[in-house]
Write a protein that binds this ligand. Sequence first.
Ligand SMILES: [Zn+2]
Length: 270
Amino acid sequence: MDQSSQSGLRFRGRVFLQGEVRAVTGLHIGGAAGALAIGGVDQPVVRNPLNDQPYLPGSSLRGKMRSLSEKFLGLPFNRQISGVRIHSCRTTDSYRACDLCQVFGVPGSERGQVDFGGPTRLLVRDIPLAPETVQQLDALETDLPYTEIKWEATIDRITSAAVPRQQERVPAGAVFAPLDLIYSVYETADVERFRLVLQALALVEDDYLGGQGSRGSGRVRFEKLTLAVRNRARYQQEARWDTSGDMRPADLLARWDTLKAWLSQQLPEA
Ligand SMILES: [Zn+2]
């Protein structure tokens, strides 16, 4: 028996939001320093070990979408995970009333904590470098494969000595694709809750991804967004939302009423 049937929810279908992520400024999403084979930079980016190309981990994007949404909605930061304060509902009642926890899920359950039985609605896949960007960067002589090194100095406050540190970044203009967000719909309220996902992407555009955001790194844009739906009755057959032009999160939010009506129609009660 799966979680959804336990809680009385029945799977209706999925919404597929795809597109591209453009690095407007250099982007640093950290990998493990020890894992870097070449260069020995202090702060390497995360790379796919199979092709050595940087990628954008779905968990990083999803985590940022969640944390910005928590602040935007003014939710209480009522839990600490590894010293980081986050919002996470602790009771079934609060969970049922909380759109954010239903969309993004409740992080790893603590010992003895109740399982609210609700499925996490949003899944974000890892996003590879787009082939055109790989080609462009292959043709350039970058500091390290596909990346640049940004030098920063930390000034010792007592001696005034500058301690140089290198940070690896994917250069500005790089495109990651496909952006691939998968959103499961179980109940009528989930259609309305999808707005949170679009809102979260808009919030990330106004903020940053990865490290050194306050120093200018990590500004991104979500571009060429498309939407498709597969419902339970005909899961093999995809219905695409008719969009023209280069849609960004704000464009989809501006069309929310039309989009919501279309989603409701595509995802009828099972
Ligand atoms: Zn919550």
